[in-house]
Design a protein around this ligand. Structure first.
Ligand code: BG6
Length: 529
């Protein structure tokens, strides 16, 4: 194992490193949050803005406006946000910075389906002594309200034309549409009034430090990239497993969406892009998005036959998780007792391009699994071990082929880091090859907590950098991949049975069979390396 000591020889101790140049947002702005009474605003957006403010990333002048239906005044909303920050902040909350931050917050009562509300909002925002002219609209609303809000922004004259000296940007939360057709329609609506560069489609996975590191790791090192192809890689496994179920009323949203819309169409396919895409010509939003779209378009389509063979859907049953009884999916709060919405999904994907043809990509994600882990594991081909089999051995240790292939694991969360499994001779008088792990851990190397995904993404919107957001053709390419699966599972339920699995397991047996058929097995991501 590569020890922490070795890692520190290679790079200076944290206190000795040259500080990075600041990348704060310079231009004053007004951030308008539609859906201000929602969970996302409380858990992520406002605590994220507070952290950016406290750490000096925001300009001197900014105002945050919460917009929702409930009748509240500014002070009542501030009190709610103070509570949310205290409860959810990643950083320590100091009362003086909190008080000045809260002073920047306002509230606006609005019925999101009434055009008049948007005109009133525009009138309010036109007072630039309180509301700086640049406008950021964050759409943290239910999917069915997306279009009415975009329409309202238009009819209320809240948006500036692209050539205006003042900027207006619209941030759209996921889910972006419900299927390909609705995503296309939503893109059309947005792009009728806005330029692509004004629209920021969020996938919070892209804001995670370790996910961003995929590009640096692949393209800033000489030793890995030449091996990332069909000549050396046996297969790739992408796992995003969660232990949570349908707590806090999430069942209502989830049962209507299912795991493919909730996790695969966005987070897992983004991870697929990052591990599979070609190197961009430059690190600009355009160049990176171009490469992602190329990769997505090379995915071999899921035909009905392939869905039967290569896609598994599952639901957790009731049972024990960490010794505590938990309900089965169908018994969860706000879930239809006859639901056959998938809470788990495993896919065998193929990418039909020169780099990856013949290399399966296995993706899996689900709720109530054995542990919360997100990782990408690139398993290389098994080397010819004949060499070792011919070595003579004495005594009872004659198994010389315990070596497993090299596996490069990107651990995205928790215990963020990268490890490489290699074969080495076990110390002994005879030749025995064993697996050892070389490891780089973020915590060991940089000794600091990683920023929250939303902090990075919000700052990027203010700075006008769309690299970590999803472009319109990208989001449509993603929907094109999963649409046939949704169509099959939701339109022909009987033909695609849903498999049960025990809470705290790694998913249904059918998902194991998906790999066994190819002579492979899922990794156990509980064991690092
Ligand atoms: C969200 C999904 O996008 O991602 C949730 O809607 C899921 O269902 C969450 O739990 C997982 O995010 P993270 O950052 O905890 O891995």
């Amino acid at each position: 194992m590569m020890s922490t000591q070795h890692t520190q020889e290679a790079s200076p101790a944290p206190e000795a490193r040259t500080p990075l140049p600041r990348v704060s947002a310079e231009a004053p702005f007004t951030a308008v949050i539609f859906g201000a009474s929602g969970d996302l605003t409380r858990r992520k957006l406002v605590p994220g803005l507070y952290a950016l403010y406290r750490d000096g990333f925001l300009p001197d002048r900014f105002t945050i406006v919460g917009v929702a239906r409930r009748e509240l005044d500014d002070q009542a909303f501030r009190n709610q946000m103070a509570e949310a920050i205290r409860e959810h902040s990643r950083i320590e909350v100091t009362e003086d910075t909190l008080a000045t931050f809260l002073g920047r917050i306002r509230y606006h009562v609005s019925h999101l389906d009434e055009p008049e509300s948007y005109r009133a909002l525009n009138e309010k925002l036109n007072d630039t002594s309180v509301y700086p002219a640049n406008r950021l609209f964050f759409l943290a609303v239910k999917p069915e309200l997306m279009s009415p809000v975009v329409q309202g922004l238009e009819t209320g004259s809240l948006l500036y034309p692209i050539r205006d000296a003042r900027w207006s940007r619209v941030v759209v939360e996921k889910p972006f549409g419900r299927d390909l057709a609705s995503a296309v329609a939503l893109n059309r609506r947005l792009l009728a009034r806005l330029d692509e560069s004004q629209v920021y489609r969020i996938d919070h996975y892209l804001g995670k430090e370790t996910v961003q590191n995929m590009l640096s790791f692949r393209f800033a090192n000489t030793i890995f990239e030449p091996l990332f192809n069909q000549h050396f890689v046996d297969h790739v496994q992408i796992t995003v497993s969660e232990t949570v179920g349908m707590e806090s009323g999430r069942g209502g949203y989830f049962d209507d969406s299912g795991v493919v819309r909730d996790m695969v169409q966005n987070h897992l396919l983004q991870l697929l892009c990052l591990v599979g895409m070609e190197p961009p010509s430059e690190l600009t939003a355009r160049s990176i998005h171009d490469q992602k779209v190329q990769l997505l378009r090379s995915v071999v389509p899921f035909t009905p036959d392939r869905i039967v063979r290569d896609a598994v859907r599952g639901q957790y049953q009731s049972g024990l998780l960490d010794g505590e009884p938990v309900p089965g999916y169908r018994e969860e709060d706000r879930v239809d007792p006859d639901s056959d919405t998938a809470a788990y999904c495993a896919l065998r994907m193929e990418i039909g391009n020169w780099r990856w043809s013949g290399v399966p990509f296995y993706l899996r994600t689900g709720k109530r699994l054995a542990r919360r882990v997100s990782e990408i594991a690139v398993q290389f081909k098994t080397p010819p071990l004949q060499l070792f089999q011919t070595v003579e051995c004495d005594g009872d240790v004659c198994d010389l082929t315990r070596a497993k292939p090299n596996v490069l694991v990107f651990r995205l969360q928790p215990d963020e880091g990268i490890s490489l499994q290699v074969s080495a001779k076990r110390p002994a008088m005879q030749l025995m090859v064993e697996n050892v792990r070389m490891h780089f851990g973020y915590q060991d190397t940089w000794h600091k907590s990683l920023p929250e995904a939303y902090e990075r993404l919000l700052l990027d919107v203010m700075r006008g950098d769309a690299t970590l957001f999803t472009r319109s053709d990208e989001v449509e390419a993603m929907w094109s991949i999963v649409d046939p699966i949704l169509h099959a599972w939701e339109g022909h339920r009987k033909a695609y049975p849903i498999a049960g699995y025990a809470p705290g397991s790694w998913g249904p047996a059918e998902a194991d069979a998906l790999l066994q058929r190819d002579g492979r097995a899922w990794r156990n991501p509980g064991a690092p390396g």
